[in-house]
Design a binder for this molecule. Structure first.
Ligand code: URA
Length: 434
């Protein structure tokens, strides 16, 4: 088999065979096929697309490029959750213990944040001492005893994706549905879950900017999951404004704890209940999503979700005291209000810009090596649709550097649109694809 012929096949718009896909992925991962030939193939895929079968084969070829996590020693149906990335998205922090409190084994690999989106691991490290460096045995033992463990992604999980992603990034071939879908799904499948609930974000702060594109991506990932015998459900959710009010690590952890105490913001609660109820159905702990929502609400009310968060943080070496006393979470030196400059209705809060402002305050990483400041970020005081008067507080800046405050204020003002009326009807959940 020759790489030249595979490129030519796709260039002509033909369907690639499983053998051709395996050959290209294996050869590239092992360094036998050069970047320039793979770049040409990626561009041919970009223009001529892949069908369902090819996309599933590409996903499996990527899974096979590295280690696969064996979760067979964990009892029950393992359900994973994955978000395509957003701003203020702390859903995993409240959702995973809540679902685990209903007897669903949550065995999750998570990542750190990069760019304008945050990562679950960084947020969890707000609890002093919390570690995601678990051995496979510790991981299995924790899930079997308390139903929940979260660990960092292993170094050799889907190495083909690491190399392909880096190449796509510099050859303008990132935004192809089959390539995105196989990239995400290969990592989920290699992580060993039996079922997967995906949160596909749509809007300004998301990878997919339109509901149509988000739906195509969701459908593509659901097709892959089904083709590989993993029950897969995709929830398409709004990322046209930050999720909840808080952006920044400890600020988001505080909001997630508040949700488990029954005081969560409406949009975060709705998303948590939607994803959570689908996880419960996949795990056969609820007969339908309505029953699932009731169970989740019950475990918020009776405090079992919060107790599970404590158990989970403790089992991974973290200090649980801030869960009871939120004042113990890391705090920034300066908290500065940002005031509205006119009357009206908030019609837009640009999510991506808010992610970047929080990053500049120190909440995120500009490069993989950057250190993050857990205490800093932004807490919105108003959301889309709210009526405001001149002088009302729009948001609070939490900063450890006085010199950063003025620029953050200007950026916040210029990324919130206040209009004379509000007639948008943007839902928290657009659609669920099964
Ligand atoms: N996230 C991924 O993991 N891969 C992509 O291709 C896009 C987003």
């Amino acid at each position: 088999m020759r790489m030249y012929d595979i490129i030519m096949n796709k260039r002509k718009g033909n369907e690639l065979s499983k053998e051709e896909i395996d050959f290209a992925v294996k050869g590239f991962t092992e360094g036998e096929i050069p970047d320039y030939q793979v770049s040409a193939l990626l561009m041919a895929i970009f223009f001529n697309k892949m069908n369902k079968r090819e996309t599933a084969d590409l996903t499996m070829a990527m899974v096979k490029s590295g280690d696969e996590i064996d979760l067979s020693k964990i009892n029950g149906i393992k359900v994973d959750k994955h978000s395509t990335g957003g701003v203020g998205d702390k859903t995993s922090i409240c959702l995973t213990p809540l679902v685990a409190s209903l007897d669903v084994p949550v065995a999750k690999m998570s990542g750190r944040g990069l760019g304008h989106t945050g990562g679950t691991i960084d947020k969890l490290e707000t609890f002093e001492g919390f570690s995601v460096e678990l051995t496979e045995d510790e991981f299995t033992k924790n899930v079997n005893t308390i139903n929940i463990a979260i660990m960092g992604q292993s170094g050799n999980l889907v190495p083909a994706d690491k190399k392909l992603y880096a190449l796509r990034d510099v050859t303008a071939t990132v935004d192809n549905m089959s390539l995105i879908a196989s990239s995400i799904m290969s990592k989920k499948i290699a992580s060993g879950a039996d079922a997967i609930v995906l949160d596909v974000k749509v809007g300004d702060g998301a990878f997919m900017k339109t509901p149509e594109d988000a739906k195509s991506l969701a459908q593509e990932m659901v097709n892959i999951g089904n083709a590989l015998d993993r029950e897969t459900i995709a929830v398409i959710s709004d990322m046209d404004q930050p999720l909840g009010y808080a952006i920044g690590n400890s600020l988001e952890v505080k909001e997630a704890i508040e949700l488990l105490k029954g005081n969560g913001p409406k949009d975060l609660l709705e998303l948590t209940l939607t994803i959570g109820s689908n996880m419960l159905v996949c795990a056969k702990k609820a007969n339908n999503v309505e029953e699932g929502r009731e169970l989740l609400l019950q475990n918020i009310k009776n405090g079992k979700g919060l107790e599970k968060l404590k158990e989970f943080v403790k089992a991974q070496g973290g200090d649980t005291a801030p869960i009871d006393n939120l004042d113990l979470l890391p705090k920034a030196k300066f908290v500065e209000p940002v005031l509205a400059e006119k009357d009206g209705y908030i019609t837009k809060i640009k999510a991506e810009a808010f992610g970047l402002i929080a990053m500049e305050l120190g909440a995120g990483r500009a490069t993989k090596e950057s250190e993050i400041d857990l205490a800093v970020g932004i807490v919105l005081n108003k959301k889309r649709g709210d009526k405001v008067s001149k002088g009302d507080v729009l948001a609070y800046i939490h900063s450890n550097g006085e010199e950063k405050i003025e620029k953050a204020k200007k950026d916040i003002i210029s990324n919130i649109t206040i209009s004379d009326s509000y007639d948008l009807n943007i839902p928290v959940i657009y659609e669920i694809i099964r």
